[in-house]
Design a protein around this ligand. Structure first.
Ligand code: G3I
Length: 460
């Protein structure tokens, strides 16, 4: 009580910025992951949004959502050139209105193609793929931080491509998909997503690794690799999983665990997986493929964190504890250093410079600038994006600052760590996005309560 009183007096005198207490353990998966600038997500089915037991858990625990089936090709373009976003938007709107982000899944895939696409080949199929990517990404332009552009393009053995109608249009179909996606929504991070790519020694893992390496060397726009990580007796969690994540990240891409489930849901295995992600600065988040065991595509394997009655399983506690044990980067002015093997410039270990008092938002040589825009709004709330741009020199660690004009409050923020003092907001880079090449930019996003506003943003 004496300490609290003393702190209260100190706070009143000096008006020191208040940030999240460094040692407070978060009580939900999303909040716990956010402490290190990461997200914790789940797959969501539109047909379960009316199940309040389901939505209560999903809303409470997760801050990232993937549509389990509703953004796939057969759902979004059931007839050629007739796009349907009814169920995809139900999930998108539910997520955003509850302060969550959405991962896009998926734009080009051999499976879940509508009948009309299955019967196409050659240049007609190639053009249909391009048209599909453009149609879906235009609908969600600026709203989806990560898109699984291409899903499961590698064969289960041998390390080569999977045979499919898309593959038969020519080996360049994957890079065409990524270039199309970049042009369609330059703000989205573009991912390749696959399963059985977790064990570093497996040929399939090496095949995908070599593709990403080749893409990076030739400037094909790829930003991230998703590891589905459906673990079971035939494809168990490998002891070299962390090495796999690290090696991909060292190519200069974000990595994410995108569809996690573990047969039997061993608490130890789940904790190991979380710790592996936490050990890799560019591992941006983890998504489990469903909420409760009864929601899983492999429900008989009881592979998720909640049982069929919605109770937390031992694996849930193991995951939460692991996330809470991660270094709390939120109040830290110095983001962790990237792995030295990474070809991307490592984040500077020197302290971030103080916030500039100047409201100048134009790009400065050797400095940075930032702008805010509203992505979406609804009664009582809104979603915004802040673009942080480097000037003529690379930026290694950034801080942006703004002041709310009308009592707005942030409910959820991603791709950065925030501290709030009254109406003043300060956001520093997350562990994985502090480095911005000269002339390039990165984005952070948030949902907030109140009336949408776009105050000027300073960057240092
Ligand atoms: O909705 C229909 C229903 O009306 C019909 O009566 C029933 C009859 O079979 O089918 C229902 O659709 C099923 C759909 O899931 C919704 O439950 C489809 O048959 C079924 O094929 C579909 O399975 C999905 C599968 O992808 C298809 O490839 C799973 O839900 C989904 O979890 C799974 O997700 C994939 C990822 O996208 C990629 N990685 C692997 C992962 C697991 O397979």
């Amino acid at each position: 009580m004496l300490l609290a009183g003393a702190l209260g007096v100190l706070g009143a005198i000096t008006a020191v910025a208040v940030s999240v207490p460094a040692d407070a353990a978060a009580s939900t998966l999303g909040a716990a992951a956010a402490q290190s600038g990461r997200y914790f997500g789940t797959a969501i089915s539109a047909n379960k949004l009316g199940d309040s037991a389901y939505t209560t858990i999903a809303n409470r625990e997760f801050n990232m959502v993937t549509a389990e089936n509703e953004m796939k090709i057969d759902a979004t373009e059931p007839n050629q050139n007739q796009f349907n976003f009814t169920n995809a938007d139900r999930i998108y709107n539910w997520a955003v209105q509850n302060g969550k982000q959405v991962r896009g899944h998926t734009l080009a895939w051999y499976a879940q193609q509508p009948g009309w696409m299955q019967s196409l080949s050659g240049s007609a199929l190639r053009q249909a793929m391009i048209n599909h990517i453009n149609g879906v990404m235009a609908h969600y332009k600026g709203k989806i931080p990560y898109w699984d552009v291409v899903n499961e393009a590698y064969a289960d053995s041998g390390g080569g491509r999977r045979d499919s109608n898309l593959q038969r249009t020519g080996n360049d179909w994957i890079e065409v998909a990524f270039r199309t996606a970049r042009a369609a929504d330059p703000a989205a991070k573009l991912c390749y997503n696959d399963y059985n790519t977790d064990n570093w020694t497996w040929a399939k893992t090496q095949g995908v690794y070599n593709m990403v390496k080749d893409f990076k060397s030739r400037g094909v726009p790829i930003d991230c690799v998703g590891f589905q990580s459906h673990f079971n007796s035939g494809s168990p969690y490998p002891s070299n999983y962390r090495q796999t994540l690290q090696n991909f990240a060292a190519l200069g891409v974000d990595v994410a665990i995108t569809e996690l489930d573990v047969e039997g849901a061993s608490a130890t295995t789940y904790a190991n997986i979380v710790n592996d992600c936490l050990a890799v600065p560019r591992c941006v988040g983890i998504t489990t493929w469903g909420v409760r065991d009864s929601d899983s595509w492999r429900s008989s394997q009881t592979p998720l964190l909640f049982d069929g009655n919605g109770n937390k399983k031992p694996a849930y506690t193991a995951v939460l504890n692991a996330l809470n044990s991660a270094p709390n980067t939120s109040p830290s002015p110095t983001p962790p250093v990237s792995p030295s093997a990474s070809p991307t410039p490592p984040v500077s270990p020197s302290p971030t410079p103080p916030v500039s008092p100047s409201p100048d938002t134009s790009p400065q040589p050797g400095g940075c600038s930032a702008t805010m825009r509203t992505i979406n709004s609804w009664p009582g709330g809104f979603q915004s994006e802040v673009t942080v741009s480097a000037g003529s020199s690379a930026v290694n660690g950034w801080t942006v600052n703004w002041t709310w004009p009308g009592g707005q409050t942030i409910s959820s923020l991603w791709n950065g760590t925030q501290s709030v003092s009254g109406s003043s907001v300060t956001v520093r880079n997350a562990p994985y996005n502090g480095s911005i090449a000269a002339g390039s930019s990165t984005t952070l996003g948030f949902t907030a309560n109140g009336t949408a506003a776009t105050p000027s943003v300073t960057c240092s």
